[in-house]
Design a protein around this ligand. Structure first.
Ligand code: DCM
Length: 128
């Protein structure tokens, strides 16, 4: 069985990376992540990312390039990351999150990232 893909966006704007604090489920609440979610059957990864960022943050986003790497999430899921930029809208925590923060490069490690997001964020910062 191949792992199912969770896509997340390294949303970047004027030198800052968008971090989102999860509000659910309880075991992940309070931890920070690159926003995204599961790719649904029949969906492409870029399409899934656009949908997730629209649902979760209320923005229209444009995926850029895939950040090299794949980070296992357990339970048959693997994390892929794409760079993305905001085309329209101001990100707001509509679903799954209760706070958003734009982090400068120097600030990237000032939030409590989910473990698997740490190497993904480090890699993403090299490709933004
Ligand atoms: N996930 C993660 N890191 C991300 C995005 C998601 O570890 N940057 C995990 C959290 C969930 C699963 O992927 O267990 C699916 O995410 P969601 O609930 O947002 O669809």
């Amino acid at each position: 069985m191949t792992d199912r893909v969770v896509v997340a966006g390294a949303v970047y704007d004027r030198g800052r990376l968008l971090a989102a604090r999860r509000s659910a489920p309880p075991e992940l609440a309070g931890r920070w992540e690159l926003p995204g979610g599961k790719v649904e059957p029949g969906e492409g990864p870029r399409e899934a990312l656009v949908r997730e960022l629209r649902e979760e943050l209320g923005i229209e986003a444009e995926p850029g390039k895939r950040v090299p790497g794949a980070w296992p999430l357990g339970r048959g899921y693997v994390l892929h990351v794409w760079t993305a930029r905001v085309l329209s809208g101001e990100p707001r925590p509509l679903q799954d999150h209760d706070e958003l923060r734009w982090l400068t490069r120097a600030e990237w490690d000032t939030v409590d990232w989910l473990e698997q997001d740490v190497p993904a964020v480090v890699e993403a910062l090299r490709h933004l």
